[in-house]
Design a protein around this ligand. Structure first.
Ligand SMILES: Nc1nc2c(c(=O)[nH]1)N[C@H]1C(S)=C(S)[C@@H](COP(=O)(O)OP(=O)(O)OC[C@H]3O[C@@H](n4cnc5c(=O)[nH]c(N)nc54)[C@H](O)[C@@H]3O)O[C@H]1N2
Ligand SMILES: Nc1nc2c(c(=O)[nH]1)N[C@H]1C(S)=C(S)[C@@H](COP(=O)(O)OP(=O)(O)OC[C@H]3O[C@@H](n4cnc5c(=O)[nH]c(N)nc54)[C@H](O)[C@@H]3O)O[C@H]1N2
Ligand SMILES: [Mo]
Length: 775
């Protein structure tokens, strides 16, 4: 860097993360962080940084798995069990460039899986996925990619068929400003937990959700939380809590619609003017097609809520500026398409779509960039180049793909074939965090020739790799922080020197590209700093074009961040559609809200028919696994990131992740608050500490994701995870033939008090390393 270090009077310099804008400084070798001064409700997750920065869980140097080094590439069940050999950067990059060239030349880029799903870090240039995709496009000619996300696997496929643009529905529809001002009742299936909206991909400078709900409630807006956990709406909302059985919201919504329709409380004019296929759905609702009216008496035992309560709740929404919210979590489960679709129908029957503070706020509150305004100028974005491989998988089908090459599966009306993958490349994601049935995932990764991972810390994914390259952490490099739904664009200053021999992902890919003869193509001759200035220019030029102040890069870099102009909160596509459905039809086949979709009906898949239906789960609590496990997002970190940081470890008990269960369920098992429990089912088992609380519905145990997978004995199949990663328990099946989304949110388990010696936590200890390899 050429400039003198910037910063405030105390030497704090701005930086940002997915969990908020902050500033930081090093003092006497210790990192100090403080939240952005303009943030009304900062997120404590920034406190994971100080202990994480120099933690022994960081990766200090390139490593190669012993078996791969000795025997070369090939399927190997020793992955995740083997020792590592430290190698020099030169050696690691030579080996990797050679292997990439071999796979490309022998098998072609269609044998490379480069989906590399994951949240990585917030900077716009050093964004690991963009870097790895760009590299694979340029050096390999492409890669098999993944589509959709673990977040919204079912909804992002369904919504374009029935409601229009997914981005518009989630980000440009009902805003927090509208809720504060206009909503009369908000019914939130799965809630709108502040722990979740505290996080936003890219960057977030102001956490506004708590304040908006507080203002709405003070104005008299009523909040209703439907879900298994009381903490899914903040106390500021003053919500009523309807604790239904998980996975049953579709039945409850059907019964609510049944009540409204049979009592004449539905908005027939709205249905006639704005929706498609209501009469077909109505026959199902009334039981004319299957002999079963979907009334409150039918739904009551399914949902675990008295019929009169369901009916009264439905009536109470009539004639109000009502907002229906369905959390992402509901669709991260078997038949996850159904609650999303049925939520759209419930909102249609209430007729409030497109009115300020009313209608359908799908996923509002799940992530901080929903329900806000869009910036009026584009933010810096790195081009990924062109992928010449057309093949893809729905992201959560990775283990299926690796285990079953050549077999077929259904997806969005197509019958597709899994490719035969030889090499998997991961940078910026943690499949041992995000994927289900981790014991199956281990078998899947044993099948490939080579697994390459760039990581900043020894995650289980890094431990399963053949080649592990140490990446810098965001605080160790400079970048630009911005997202399209937050006005503050932040100069991200480097706060500390790289850990050990860690390098930026960009530096690693530049070196590899050079070895593979595409160095200039990949770098375009720019250093990282030159790229950042180059990417900044796009935003600066757009500001200038609008006649706004357009600071030079140097001015931007000296600032605490610059405020971008934002667009009006105009309600987006749905507002325009409401105003004039003929002039502004929705981008669905009929141009309307599709209560019945001929397209989906035409796919002919029984697990996702042409209109929303109640489809019972295959996996229900019974026999050996009588409890529902809710595996939701963790409050003290983003996914698995910096699980070794102080905010995350400080919330654990005896080193274990904390599960919550109801006093009745605890008493029945002789479990007391603070005990260590074992959660188990046919797929696996893990330990957790337990908090006994009536804030959880009876019959439900909740264990958030993100504690690093920590097998008691890595040699053993299905070894006990001693730390509390719920994905050893979850089932690896798609939502349905339509979307094949992730179903990790819900599974079934049994719980017992753990007796005996408590095994140590080893997740944060670096793996055993052999002496440095001779060159
Ligand atoms: N059971 C269950 N499972 C779930 C869910 C659930 O509800 N239940 N939720 C799912 C959801 S919604 C999601 S989005 C996924 C999230 O899954 P992921 O996004 O895969 O999880 P992260 O922990 O954010 O993984 C990011 C990884 O990138 C690394 N990293 C950070 N910065 C950099 C960098 O600059 N360079 C490199 N090379 N690496 C970096 C971090 O150390 C971390 O290991 O999990 C899913 N899994
Ligand atoms: N602090 C923090 N915030 C995050 C993340 C994180 O890792 N940490 N991850 C971010 C990401 S990537 C995403 S996609 C979003 C995810 O957003 P969501 O998927 O909505 O978040 P979850 O916390 O998994 O689930 C929300 C709540 O839904 C409830 N729930 C579960 N199953 C059911 C059900 O069947 N019916 C009903 N009614 N309720 C149910 C659970 O009690 C749970 O607390 O969160 C984002 N925010
Ligand atoms: Mo997500």
């Amino acid at each position: 860097m050429t400039e003198t270090p910037h910063g405030d009077a105390e030497g704090f310099r701005p930086h940002t993360s997915h969990w908020g804008v902050f500033s930081a400084r090093m003092r006497d070798g210790t990192l100090e962080v403080k939240p952005h001064a303009g943030d009304p409700d900062p997120n404590g997750i920034i406190d994971n940084f100080p202990a994480a920065l120099r933690h022994r869980a960081r990766i200090a140097q390139p490593m190669v798995r012993r078996g791969w080094l000795e025997r070369g590439p090939g399927p190997d069940s020793r992955r995740g069990r083997d020792e590592f050999v430290p190698v020099s950067w030169e050696r690691a990059l030579d080996l990797l460039a050679g292997e990439l060239t071999r796979v490309r030349d022998q098998h072609g880029p269609g044998a490379v899986f480069g989906g590399s799903y994951g949240w990585a870090s917030a900077g716009r240039f050093h964004h690991a996925q963009s870097q790895v995709h760009r590299f694979l496009n340029m050096a390999m000619g492409g890669y098999v990619r993944s589509v959709n996300s673990y977040s919204s696997g079912a909804s992002s496929v369904l919504v374009p068929h029935i409601l229009g643009t997914y981005e518009d529905l989630t980000k440009r529809n009902v805003s927090w400003e509208q809720i504060a001002e206009y909503s009369e009742v908000v019914i939130a299936f799965g809630g709108m937990a502040l722990k979740n909206s505290m996080v936003a991909g890219g960057s977030i400078s102001q956490h506004v959700e708590r304040g908006a709900m507080e203002r709405a409630a003070a104005r008299g807006c009523r909040f209703v939380l439907v879900g298994p956990l009381r903490s899914d709406l903040p106390v500021e909302a003053g919500a009523e809590w309807v604790a239904n059985i998980p996975g049953t919201d579709t039945a409850m919504m059907l019964a609510m619609v049944h009540t409204l329709v049979t009592e004449g409380l539905h908005d027939q004019a709205f249905l006639d003017r704005y929706t498609e296929g209501w009469p077909i759905f109505l026959r199902y609702l009334l039981g004319e097609t299957d002999g079963q009216p979907k009334d409150a008496a039918w739904a009551a035992p399914i949902c675990g809520i008295p019929a009169e309560e369901i009916a009264a709740l439905a009536r109470s929404l009539h004639g109000k500026r009502a907002l229906v919210v369905v959390a992402h979590s509901l669709q991260r489960a078997e038949h996850g398409e159904q609650p999303v679709w049925m939520g759209a129908v419930l909102a249609a029957v209430l007729g409030q779509y497109g009115l300020p503070g009313g209608g359908y706020g799908y996923a509002l509150g799940a992530i901080g960039y929903y329900g806000r305004r869009y910036n009026a100028v584009p933010v810096p974005t790195l081009s990924q180049g062109r992928n010449k491989v057309a093949d893809f998988i729905p992201v959560a089908r990775i283990a299926d793909m690796l285990l079953n090459p050549g077999t077929t599966y259904r997806y969005n009306g197509q019958t597709r074939t899994y490719p035969d993958i030889k090499l998997v490349y991961w940078a910026g994601g943690n499949p041992f965090h995000h994927h289900q049935d981790l014991n199956r995932l281990r078998q899947a990764f044993a099948r490939v020739d080579t697994l390459v991972v760039h990581e900043l810390a020894w995650t289980a994914t890094a431990r399963h790799a053949d080649i592990v390259l140490p990446a810098t952490m965001t605080l160790e490099r400079e970048d630009i922080g911005a997202s399209s739904n937050d006005p503050l664009m932040v100069p991200m200053h480097p706060i500390a020197a790289p850990y050990g021999e860690a390098r930026d992902d960009y530096a690693i890919f530049s070196e590899l590209a050079g070895r593979m003869g595409v160095g200039q193509v990949f770098t375009e001759g720019r250093t990282a700093r030159q790229w950042i200035e180059h990417l900044y220019e796009r935003t600066r030029a757009a500001l200038a074009e609008m006649g706004r102040p357009a600071p030079s890069f140097a001015e931007f870099w000296r600032s605490e961040g610059i405020t971008l102009p934002q667009m009006e909160d105009d309600g987006g596509e749905l507002r325009r559609f409401r105003i004039d459905p003929v002039a502004d039809p929705l981008p669905t086949p009929s141009g309307r809200i599709e209560i019945f979709s001929s397209t989906i009906d035409g796919f002919g898949d029984a697990d996702c028919p042409g209109h929303p239906v109640w489809l019972p789960r295959q996996e229900v609590p019974q026999g050996d696994t009588p409890l529902f496990l809710v595996a939701n997002q963790p409050a003290t970190r983003l996914h698995s990131q910096l699980d070794f940081g102080g905010h995350s470890t400080g919330a654990k008990h005896r080193g274990r992740e904390v599960a919550r269960m109801h006093p009745q369920d605890a008493a029945a098992r002789g479990v007391a608050d603070g005990d260590i429990i074992r959660l188990f089912n046919e797929r696996g088992s893990c330990l957790a500490a337990v908090r006994v609380t009536d804030g959880v519905r009876p019959g439900v145990v909740q264990l958030p994701t993100g504690a690093w997978y920590d097998p008691a004995d890595p040699e053993e199949e299905r070894s006990l995870c001693v730390h509390g990663n719920p994905n050893v328990l979850t089932r690896d099946v798609g939502t349905s033939s339509l979307a094949q989304g992730c179903t990790g949110q819900l599974t079934t388990v049994e719980v017992e008090r753990f007796e005996g010696n408590l095994p140590p936590i080893q997740a944060f200890e670096p793996p055993g390393a052999l002496p440095m390899a001779a060159e």
